[in-house]
Every structure is written in C-alpha cells, then in structure tokens.
Design a protein around this ligand. Structure first.
Ligand SMILES: *[C@@H]1O[C@H](CO)[C@@H](O)[C@H](O)[C@H]1NC(C)=O
Ligand SMILES: *[C@@H]1O[C@H](CO)[C@@H](O)[C@H](O)[C@H]1NC(C)=O
Ligand SMILES: *[C@@H]1O[C@H](CO)[C@@H](O)[C@H](O)[C@H]1NC(C)=O
Length: 238
C-alpha cells in the first residue's frame, strides 16, 4: 500500500515537473526590432542609400511601420554603384521633399516575395503616392527575373538582400527615378498662393504612409485577440 502511494507520488511529481515547462508559456525571445539601417550595413554596398534613409528620416518611418504594419514592406535598395551612375550632382539638386519622394518611391507598402511580382497589377502603388503617370512604377516578374520601369529608368531586381515575414529588401542596380522629377508640373489653373501649394504637398506627404499604418493598427488588435484566444485555449487545456 505504502509502495503504491510512493509510486503514485513519484508518478505525480514526474508528470507535474515534466509539465511545468509547458505550463509556463515560453517567454517570447526579446529579439531586437528590425532595423533597416542595420540590415543594409550588414549587407554592405549601400552607403549612399543609408545616408539618404537617415537624412530623410525614412529609416525611422520604415522601422516603425514594421512594428505596426500587418502587410509588411518591400524595399528596393539601390546600390552605391546605382547612385554613382546618376548624373553628377543629381542627388544634391533635389530638395528635401524630392529626396523623401525618391526614397518612398522605392517602398511598397506590402511584402512581395520574389515569385509573386507577376501577381501585381501595374502601375504598382509605392509609398511615394498614387499618380499613375508621374509616379508610375511597373514591375513584371517571371520566375526569378523581375523587370521594372518608371518610364525614365529600366532595371531588374538584382538579388535578395534580406527577407523575413515582414520585410523584403531587394537590390536594384539603378536608382528608380520617378517621371515626376523630369516632367514639368502642369500649370495650376489659377495661380495658387505659395502657402496653399506647400500645404497641399505637405498633406500629400502626410497621407502617404498613413493608410498602411491604419491597416496595421487594425491588425494588431486582431493579433492581440489571437494572443488572448490562444492563451485562453492553452489555459483551459491545462
Ligand atoms: C525582362 O527584360 C528582359 C530584357 O528586356 C526580357 O528578355 C525578359 O523577357 C523580361 N522579363 C519579364 C518577366 O518581363
Ligand atoms: C505601366 O503599365 C501600365 C498598365 O499596363 C501602362 O498603361 C503604362 O504605360 C506603363 N507605364 C510604363 C512607364 O511602362
Ligand atoms: C525601357 O524599356 C522599354 C521597353 O523595353 C524601352 O522601350 C525603353 O526605351 C527603355 N527605356 C530606357 C530609359 O532604357
């Protein structure tokens, strides 16, 4: 009798101790959040792009989009060679707003895997805005060959720099220049006061990244619910 209870006790102890690691939910490894600068630094050959991402603050924007966005981000990363084959002084000739537009033009507010470029409809929507002419970016993929054109520049995806479940970074060997930089602005119907024009362009800039962020807010609620339901199920099961 005593032996049986000892055996039962031993069994109980062994099962309960075996269960305890499962009972305590494994702490989520506190991996550092994705940092586009770190990724490009590690890859090497993106010095100019890194500088541009920093001066325009788009690096911070990408990193915070990655924290909140559900759809992910695709980033076309021009190499140092791509920048050095631009007309000398071209980059310096751009004002801050144009530099920002240039970087946003290299970002798609969704994660697209290399084999999925053929599913996009052209022109694809970049974070520079939706103008189907001045900000057109057409991407055609077939197999692992991906061709791109802006109407000013043709290039191909030169390889994958980085990819995870949220972010894909592809190397491009030319800077994707939007037509917007080369076509004269259509004259405004009535001469608008300078302040109104600045306001309009500021508004446009503010609208760009807003929608992916909104989606992501909705998604993180969904994810939170997923976590709560998951935790409840685990709790009930235990
Ligand atoms: C990409 O461009 C090359 C050269 O112009 C062409 O041979 C190839 O068929 C194109 N591929 C796609 C998927 O458009
Ligand atoms: C991009 O594709 C659209 C739709 O096929 C086409 O109308 C447009 O002319 C293309 N633009 C460029 C720059 O190739
Ligand atoms: C880009 O490719 C298209 C179609 O292949 C061609 O018509 C156009 O001239 C090219 N543009 C440049 C800037 O190379």
């Amino acid at each position: 009798m005593k032996l049986i209870s000892l055996v039962l006790l031993a069994l109980f102890l062994s099962t309960s101790s075996a269960q305890s690691p499962a009972a305590a939910p494994a702490p989520t490894p506190s991996s550092p959040p994705t940092d586009i600068i770190r990724i490009l630094n590690k890859a090497g050959g993106f010095t100019t792009l890194i500088r541009l991402l920093k001066t325009t603050q788009v690096a911070n924007q990408i990193n915070s989009q990655l924290l909140t966005s559900s759809g992910g981000i695709t980033f076309f990363a021009p190499t140092d060679n791509a920048f050095s084959s631009l007309k000398p002084g071209f980059l310096n000739s751009l004002n801050d707003q144009q530099k920002n537009e240039l970087v946003q033009f290299h970002i798609l507010p969704t994660l697209v895997s290399l084999s999925n470029f053929d599913t996009l409809s052209n022109p694809v929507r970049t974070q520079a805005g939706a103008d189907p002419d001045r900000l057109a970016l057409n991407v055609t993929g077939s197999g692992n060959q991906v061709n791109m054109t802006t109407g000013v520049v043709n290039t191909t995806v030169g390889g994958t720099v980085y990819t995870d479940s949220q972010l894909a970074v592809y190397q491009v060997d030319k800077v994707l220049l939007p037509r917007d930089f080369f076509e004269a602005k259509t004259p405004a119907p009535a001469p608008a006061p300078a302040s109104a024009k600045t306001k309009a362009s500021k508004k446009k800039a503010a609208e760009g990244p807003a929608s992916p962020a909104d989606d992501s807010a909705a998604m993180s609620v969904k994810q939170m619910w997923g976590a709560i339901v998951g935790a409840t199920v685990v709790g009930l099961w235990l």
